[in-house]
Design a protein around this ligand. Structure first.
Ligand code: FPP
Length: 259
């Protein structure tokens, strides 16, 4: 779509209802490559362009949190060559993009078992985390060696440790106790979860946090997910009535704060 039409489309968004937090399952890199008789690694490389594009427009639109599922715990089971390619692609991209992220006031956070990543990749990533630590615009969460079941298991261990040490009584454990022991501590739950690539599943991503998120599935493959496709998702999100378990009448009366 020509740029002018994108601008018009963005103009139709209700600026008061821009989601605070968008989470994305970036799927379809492999199929994008296969359709062009290219290597899967080329699909991932093309996927990086989408990451850059979607980060930029999210920041421009005033979205406060963007969480990207870049490498799941289960992705370690892919062929070693693909794992190595992805690891280095992610590390080098962050190193290369860090100056621009700083310029655009984007702060990087890492979620997941990052100690499993190769040391040189960790170095690139933590350089980015440190260099953007002062940024106050978009918070960009990169989920790496992340899975929701890993995260919830870890939270259970941390909380049991506190019980064992007598620092907390089991009766005092609340939903907030669990929330504050997840890697997303301090980050509001996603308002909108997008999955590209045509599959309609959650694949072990933010299971606790998406309890009341709006879900949006699109057949567009991640490398083809352009600003137009993203704005379409945001427009669709703005048509949803978020009831958080209440009735439509209650929501209309403005009583929609609780889960
Ligand atoms: C899923 O597509 C995609 C991934 C497992 C990797 C996603 C990673 C990137 C887009 C690079 C991210 C880079 C940064 C800097 C965060 P798939 O390979 O499963 O595709 P398929 O389902 O078509 O095979």
């Amino acid at each position: 779509m020509p740029e002018q039409n994108l601008t018009e489309k963005i103009g139709t968004l209700d600026t008061d209802r821009i989601p605070r937090h968008v989470a994305i399952i970036m799927d379809g890199n492999g199929r994008w490559a296969r359709m062009r008789a290219r290597e899967r690694s080329e699909g991932h490389a093309e996927g990086v362009n989408s990451v850059n594009r979607i980060t930029r427009i999210s920041s421009d639109l005033g979205i406060q949190y963007l969480t990207l599922y870049a490498f799941s715990t289960e992705n370690w089971n892919r062929p070693q060559e693909e794992v190595d390619t992805l690891m280095h692609l992610i590390g080098w991209t962050i190193r290369k993009e860090t100056p621009d992220l700083v310029k655009n006031n984007v702060r990087i956070h890492l979620l997941g078992e990052t100690e499993r990543l190769p040391k040189e990749v960790q170095d690139c990533l933590y350089e980015g985390v440190n260099a953007t630590a002062h940024c106050t615009g978009l918070n960009l969460q990169l989920c790496l060696s992340y899975s929701s079941r890993w995260e919830i298991t870890r939270a259970a261990k941390l909380i049991s440790g506190l019980v064992k040490e007598g620092k907390i009584n089991p009766d005092e454990i609340t939903e907030d106790t669990i929330t504050s022991h997840l890697s997303t501590k301090g980050i509001p739950d996603p308002d909108l979860l997008i999955r590209t690539g045509g599959e309609e599943r959650i694949s072990n991503f933010l299971l606790w946090q998406i309890a009341y998120s709006e879900l949006y599935f699109t057949p567009v493959l991640w490398p083809d997910f352009d600003n137009n496709a993203y704005v379409d998702a945001l427009i669709d999100y703005q048509t949803r009535e978020r009831r958080f378990g209440k009735t439509s009448d209650q929501v209309s009366a403005g009583n929609n704060n609780d889960n």
